[in-house]
Write a protein of this length. Structure first.
Length: 202
């Protein structure tokens, strides 16, 4: 499943405020959830499920971001404590929704990208057909699950002027996959969306 990159970028920008109707994203339905400071959305298109996870949007989110000391075990690797805790509020809803779908795209921006990565890696180990697409993803693994990181289909988009994906360089490591680097672009999801549009990347 290759959901349009530009549409995913638009979804990740829109989720910070208000998503449009499902058909404006080429989908059949849309559901938005706010659970324990986690904001995320499910969109369906036929038998496909698109999961979009919002990045940091308030003070509790930023407190979660700095909870990186003493990584915790997630699946079969170690990861950022705050992001793992956030995923715990999202994954149960994902597992209910995924029951009626064959393919899944998981996507997010910033902290939402890190949580998307954790969820996508988990779904992959459970033998779901999953694709990961992140925007401005911070480092969040300290010990990799090598088989998963090499085989999970994943695309990571970031701006050349964005420092967030380079933070925590001692404790955490880069995730692998295809990278798209946007020259002169910072951390803003709307700026990333506009840059992809200008480049005609879809």
């Amino acid at each position: 499943m290759n959901y349009p990159l530009l549409t995913l970028a638009r979804l990740n920008a829109d989720i910070y405020k208000k998503l449009e109707k499902a058909d404006s994203y080429g989908c059949d339905s849309i559901e938005v959830y706010n659970v324990e400071n986690e904001r995320f959305a499910f969109l369906t298109s036929g038998e496909d499920l698109i999961v979009v996870i919002c990045g940091s949007n308030d003070k509790p989110d930023w407190l979660e971001n700095i909870s990186f000391v003493f990584p915790v075990r997630w699946n079969d690797f170690l990861a950022h404590r705050g992001f793992v805790q956030g995923v715990g509020n999202i994954l149960p809803k994902v597992m209910v929704k995924i029951a009626n779908c064959k393919r899944v795209v998981v996507s997010g921006h910033s902290a939402g990208a890190a949580k998307s990565s954790l969820i996508a890696h988990y779904l992959y180990t459970q033998h779901y057909q999953v694709q990961l697409v992140t925007f401005a993803c911070p480092k969040h693994f300290s010990k990799f699950a090598k088989k998963v990181r090499n085989m999970l289909p994943q695309i990571h988009v970031k701006g050349s002027d964005d420092i967030v994906p380079s933070l925590l360089f001692v404790t955490y490591r880069d995730i692998l996959g295809q990278y798209i680097i946007l020259d002169g672009v910072g951390h803003s999801m709307r700026d990333i969306q506009n840059a992809l549009s200008r480049k005609g990347l879809c």
